[in-house]
Design a protein around this ligand. Structure first.
Ligand code: CP
Length: 355
């Protein structure tokens, strides 16, 4: 029996939020194109390949003054609002740089203690206010669902503008996943691409939003295997397991990093996310077993790569930076290119750049 189509326009926020993602993704699209970038699930393989090609083209074009000057004319009539009220270094700066590359003018708010939210204005009114001045909102928020709510709210107004999710609580960080995948794609370009590779994710897999978003994106590749390595308390959550089983993605879970290193084509390290502790529970976890020290590198494949969304603490020893397999500094720089490509896509200027 055909599924009854839900009239998404008529729903309250609480009703809308509860709808399963596949049934509401269309609300964040316009004319078959992505309007808001909120979830990894908005990407299929074609969309990924398009954004990767565009990022590479931008990376090459921006190498010369003439190229960069040209790119800077494309969106010089547009304004971006960077609303980052949860700490960030690279997501904020790479988005800011991406805006500069395309000529966008940027405004920023980095704390609710300096916005009128301190005077009692709701986040909803704050977001609506941004749409009076900006043509796109790029946001990071401590509250799960806030990026989705912002896009939902604006898409119902007379002045809808795109919203990009730069990290929403413990939930998702889709643009991090994009740059992670771009880095994997680049690294495996001469080795058959991402299809068939084994990706090992290590650390705080329960609260690391990059883990969830990257897992969702990996469904677009064939015969990928994921090894999740975490302390018992920080294992992936059931929603991720359900997703993996539903999409027939092969995965194993372990608490032994050393034993599994030899299988991985990519080792994706993460830090403990103790900012989400409720009762200082991280203090009782021996995270040192999930640290990649220089003497462990000999256990890895010679052509494997080491990734990390950064910032790091001690989970990758600084001495590892010298190993040619360390990819995390390039990975963070890739963030600027992929975010530039994403903004270009949302404004529909891909063809101008590719020409
Ligand atoms: N990877 C990442 O999101 O880094 P920042 O918190 O520094 O933005």
């Amino acid at each position: 029996m055909a599924k009854k189509k839900i009239n998404l326009d008529k729903l309250s926020w609480d009703e809308f939020y509860k709808i399963p993602l596949p049934d509401k993704l269309e609300f964040f699209e316009k004319d078959g194109k992505m309007f808001d970038c909120l979830f990894s699930q908005q990407y299929n393989r074609k969309r990924l390949e398009n954004v990767f090609n565009l990022a590479t083209k931008i990376r090459h074009t921006a190498k010369t003054k003439e190229g960069l000057d040209m790119l800077q004319t494309f969106l010089s009539h547009k304004r971006a609002m960077l609303y980052f009220v949860q700490p960030s270094t690279r997501t904020f700066v790479s988005f800011q740089s991406a805006c500069y590359i395309l000529g966008l003018k940027v405004s920023e708010i980095r704390s609710t203690s300096t916005s009128s939210e301190l005077k009692g204005e709701t986040p909803e009114d704050t977001i609506r206010t941004f749409s009076s001045y900006a043509d796109i909102i790029i946001m990071r928020h401590f509250e799960e669902g806030m990026a989705e709510k912002s896009a939902w709210l604006l898409n119902k107004t007379k002045r809808p503008i795109p919203v990009i999710n730069g990290g929403s609580g413990k939930d998702q960080h889709p643009t991090q996943a994009l740059l992670d995948l771009y880095t994997l794609n680049y690294s495996f370009e001469k080795k058959g691409g991402i299809d068939g590779k084994t990706i090992m994710m290590v650390g705080d897999l329960k609260r690391g939003r990059t883990i969830r978003s990257l897992t969702y994106l990996l469904k677009n590749y064939k015969n990928v295997k994921i090894i999740y390595v975490a302390p018992d308390y920080l294992k992936i959550e059931q929603d991720v397991r359900t997703f993996l089983n539903k999409n027939k993605i092969s995965f194993v879970e372990s608490d032994n990093m050393q034993k599994n290193l030899k299988f991985a084509d990519a080792v994706y390290m993460t830090r403990i996310q103790d900012e989400y502790d409720v009762n200082n529970e991280s203090k009782n976890i021996d995270y040192s077993k999930f640290h990649l020290k220089k003497d462990l590198l000999k256990l890895m494949k010679k052509d494997a790569i080491i990734m990390h969304p950064l910032p790091r603490r001690a989970e990758i020893e600084v001495a590892v930076d010298e190993d040619p397999r360390a990819m995390y500094w390039r990975q963070e720089r890739n963030g600027m290119w992929i975010r530039t490509a994403l903004i270009a896509t949302l404004f529909g200027i891909e063809d101008k750049i590719l020409k």
